[in-house]
Design a protein. Sequence first.
Length: 551
Amino acid sequence: MTTSATATRTPRVPAPDVSARSRLAHSWRDAVAVGVFGTLLTFALSWRPSLWFDEAATVSSIMRTWSQLGDMLTSVDAVHGLYYAAMKIWLDTVGYSPLTLRFPSALMVGAAAALIVVLVRLYATRRVALLAGIVFCLLPRVTWMGTEGRSYALTATLAVILTLVFLMAWRRGAAERGIRAGWWALYGLVAVLSTVVFIYLAFLVAAHGVTALWAYLAHRPRGDTSAGDAATTRPPATDHRANLSSLLGWLIAAGSAAALLMPFALMVVRQAGQVSWIAPIGTGTWNAVLVTQWFYLNPTFAAIAWALLVVGIVVLIGAERRSRWAAGQPGVEPASSSRMPSLLAVVLPWLVVPTLGVIVASLVVSPLYSPRYLSYAAPAAAILIGVTVAAIGRRWIIAAVLVLLAAFAAPEYLGQREPEAKQNSSWAEVADFIADERAADPNTPEAIIYGPVRQHPAATTRVIEYSYPDAFAGLIDVKLQTPAAETGHLWETRYPLAEVEDRFDGVDIVWLVTSDKQDWRPSVTEKLAALGYSVDDEWAFTGVNVLRYVR
C-alpha cells in the first residue's frame, strides 16, 4: 500500500498527462486575460520617448514604394525585410506616427504572454501558467521591447509559436508512433518564416534539436533493475520508438528549413557589414548576458530573477525525476503524452542554446552578440521564474513575490518611458521646437542643413525628419542629392554645401541641425556668412545643436 500510494503521488509541477488537451482547451480565457494585461502594460506611455536611430531605420525603410523597399533589401537590412513588409502594410493602413509605429510591439508582447500561458498549461497547473505569463510581462527587457518600433517583441511571439508547434508535432507523432508529416511540415514552415523575420531565431531551432535529443535519450528503454524485479526504470520500447520517430521528424523539418533558407542566409552574410558596430566578446559580455539581455539595465531585478530562475530549474529537475520514478512502478502505466519532452527539456535549451550559440559564433566568425538580439529567450526565463513562484504554495507569499518583482521593475519601467529614454535621443524635442518656431512665421521661405548624427557616420540628422516629418514639412533640404527611397540604401546622399549655393536664392532663414560632437557650427557659419547669413540664435539639446541663420 505504501509503495502504491507513493508511486501515484503527483509532483508539484506535474509532467504532461492524458488531460493535456483538456487543460489546453480551458486555458484560453487565462491566456487572453494575461495577453491583454501585457499589451496594456507595455503600451502605456510608450509614445512618450523620442524615436531613436534604429526606429528611424524602420521608418526610412517603410516610407517607400514596394519596389523601392525591394531594391533596398538587396543591399542592406535583408535580415529585417519581412518585418519591414508587415509594418509597411500596417502603417499604410492606419497612417504613421510614433504611436502607431510602436503599437504592434505592444500587441506582440501581449500575444507572447498569452501563448506562454497556453504552452505552460500543457505541462503544469493553471497557477504556474498564469504566473509565467505575468512574470514575462514584468521583465524589464519585455517592457522595453514593447515600446520599440523594431521586431524584438515579434521574435518573442514567434519563438513561443515555434515551440508550441514543435511540441504539438512531437505529441502527435509520439501518440501515433510515427512521423506526422503534416505537423512537422508546419514546424518547418514556421521555422522558415521565423528565421526570415529574424535570422537569430535559427538558434531556437537548434535548441529544439537539443530538446528532441534530450527527450529521446530520457525515454530510451533500459533493462530490468534486477533479475527478479519486473519494474523498469524507463518507459517501454514502444515509447522509445515513438520518440525516435519524433526526433527524425525534427531532423527532416529542420534540415528542409535550412535548405530553403540557404539563399536568404547567404544574402544576410553578404550584408554583415551593417553589424560592424557590435563589439567583440569580452569581459563586458558577462554583464550583457546576466543583466542586459533579459533584465535590461536593472541589476537588482536581475539578481532576484536569476535566483528564482535557478530554483525553477531545481524544481523541474525534481519533478522530472519523480515523474520518471513513478512511471517505472508496477501497475503504473505511463500516459501517452508523457512521451513529450519535459518542461525542463524545453525551457533550458531555449534559455541556453541561443545565447551560447551566438557567443560561440562571435568568437569563431565575427562579433554578432547584442543582448537585445536574444530577447526571444525571455519567455524561457519567465517560465522558470513562474515555476519557482508557483512552488511557494501559499497565495499571500506568491502575491508578495509578484509585488516585489513589480516594485523592483517599476523604476526601470518608468525610466523606459521618459522622453529621452532611448539612447538619450532628444529628437522629439528638437522637432517640436522647430515646429513651434516656424509656426510664428509660416509663410517665410526656409531651408535646412542636416549635419552628422553621433555614432552613425552614414546618416545625418535628417533621421529626425524621417521620424517627425510634420515638423519639417516645407523646409528646403539644400544639400539633398538623392532621397533615401531612391538610393537603394537606408539613407539619402548629399552634395557638398559649396555645390548648392544657388538653392539659397530667395531663402531668408536657414536652420542647421547637427551633432554636438561632430560640430559643424564653425564651418557652416563661415560658409553661410559668405552668402550673407549670420547666426540669429542657437539652442542645445541632448546630443543635438540647432542654429538659426538669417539674411
